[in-house]
Design a protein around this ligand. Sequence first.
Ligand SMILES: [Zn+2]
Length: 357
Amino acid sequence: MEVKPPTHAPGAWPVFGHAWAVQLLQQALTNTGADGRPVHLSHAYLFLGPPQIGKTTFARAFAQAILCETAVGHPCGTCRACQLVARNNHPDFRLLQPLDKDGNPDRDKGELRTEQAADLIREVALRPVEGRLRVFLIQDVHAANPYFANKILKTLEEPPEHAVLLLTAQHRSAVLPTIVSRCQVLELRSLDEKTVAEALSTGWQASGSQAQLLARLANGKLGWAVGQLARPDALSQRQEHLETLWRLMDADRVERLAYANNLAAGRNSRQLFGLIEVWMTWWRDVLLAQSGGGDACSNIDHEDRIAAHARAIDSETVREYVKTLTRIEGYLRHTVNVRLALDVVLLRLPALASARD
Ligand SMILES: [Zn+2]
């Protein structure tokens, strides 16, 4: 199922949350000089913040607002320019994103590569085709290789009058300080739960209970929650992972190892990481409940069971298991012996009934 773009009121930015930053950019666009260029528009903006909170969506909306043919101060969303930017087809808009070795977009392990730097240099120098400005959206600048980072810097040192660079990155510390200092920095925070829930129900028409649960699980990451909506099986998958967890807590060593074996043989890394992620949220919830922070639990639809586990298992055991899960998840990302790693995950899983091994 494809998730439709969110619906927004006319005149509003297609951005949820980050109201102060929206206002700031809106103001930057409203006064235009004699040449038609907004006088307060900088040559470069850096959108900083954790993954999946909407940095790229926001930066793209800004690009639309800059190139929009009908509205001033916000993207109309419907004109030809806005639509072409949305589809990466506007001649004066260019998206550069991390690529893997074969040239496919890869935001996990890819990088902004040397050959893309050549594109950037060449295209930054070109005059705009349609309007007065060319906009470059460079995603995940923290993943730029040193050559690319250096070329961004060179561009920022002497930006052509017609170029606007929009950069996104997760951490300020992962970007060259000389790049940061030449950008207007927009430090975006994770969205609060209410904003995510509202966005899911107003923007994507999620049902009330679905929006609430996803907003809780999303931990501020609207992009993640929207991604879950695109997979109707996501919530039932989560339920399945939880039921597996509960069942295996009462299982003996043989059954646990058999499960590890099956999982490893399946070689389905999405399922594997999905399972570990869900288990992690579970044990964090148990820890929260043990420290009196039950209100902040993620799995709000299973509060009774969280409370029961919090009473039945001592917190030191839970804490150790969370550490194990974190460590093993890290190992699995570097593809160690999957079977061995899963054996550890399963054998250390706290038992509910008694201290079975
Ligand atoms: Zn428009």
